[in-house]
Write a protein that binds this ligand. Structure first.
Ligand code: 6PG
Length: 235
């Protein structure tokens, strides 16, 4: 993206207010324009306060479809499951939350194919993609390394696929399903929300480095055609 705007906050609560406000606005604009909104929300811990605030917005949630940007391949209900975390907040509001990993399976490629089939039934492009970033520069479940680059770099491949990070990430040492980079960067709005110095540093490094398989977030930023907002809270 030619245009990257940083928004800094003292703490995560303040960031959550701002980001929830922006997402609410994007959802309403999509409903006004097209009658429905399809959004991808990140997993992990950072977005939890954002989702709690967003759920309080006066939105016609029945018109909103939510998919996770990526999912850990674990049974639904597992504490590691991103979609379970998202569903807890948005299902009671009436949103349609799509578990893109239908069942626990040892076969991550098969899980990816079934997630992809579900995704192809949605309308593209996504109205919004909210991303988190790991301290290693991963985003969604696109991890650093040439294998990922190849699997995820098709310019027009808006899809979901199964991946096996190597090494397995400490916070959730399991295979994943993730949106491809093309699916992410084609979204009508791209928002990144992160906390802490390590993540700020890795994003700055990724921008400096330019597109490289060492920094998946850097390639996303480079490929995005629209302006990207990066929200960062110190703690
Ligand atoms: C996941 C995510 C992932 C996440 C980052 C940051 O399933 O792990 O979707 O890409 O956004 O790892 O996670 P935290 O917010 O927990 O640090």
């Amino acid at each position: 993206s030619e245009e990257i705007e940083w928004w800094d906050y003292d703490d995560a609560e303040e960031m959550a207010d701002a980001v929830a406000g922006d997402i609410g606005f994007i959802i309403e604009a999509a409903i006004d324009a097209r009658g429905a909104a399809v959004i991808a929300l990140s997993g992990g811990k950072t977005p939890i306060p954002i989702y709690e605030r967003l759920a309080k917005a006066k939105i016609d949630w029945k018109r909103v479809t939510i998919v996770p940007t990526d999912e850990r391949i674990v049974p639904l209900g597992d504490p590691l499951s991103n979609v379970t975390m998202i569903a807890k907040t948005f299902l009671p509001k009436g949103a349609r939350v799509m578990p893109i990993v239908p069942a626990a399976t040892a076969d991550y490629k098969a899980a990816g194919r079934s997630a992809d089939a579900l995704m192809q039934d949605l309308h593209w492009p996504l109205d919004l993609c909210l991303l988190g970033v790991g301290a290693d520069g991963h985003t969604a479940s696109i991890f650093p390394g040439p294998d990922f680059d190849e699997a995820l770099s098709g310019p027009n491949e808006r899809r979901a696929l199964g991946v096996m990070p190597e090494p397995l990430p400490k916070e959730a040492p399991v295979a994943r399903v993730t949106l491809s980079r093309a699916a992410i960067v084609s979204a009508r709005a791209l928002i990144i929300a992160v906390t802490g110095d390590a993540k700020k540093k890795v994003i700055e490094q990724a921008i400096k480095q330019g597109p490289s398989s060492a920094y998946p977030i850097g390639r996303v930023l480079a490929d995005a055609e629209l302006p990207v907002d990066i929200h960062w809270a110190a703690a």
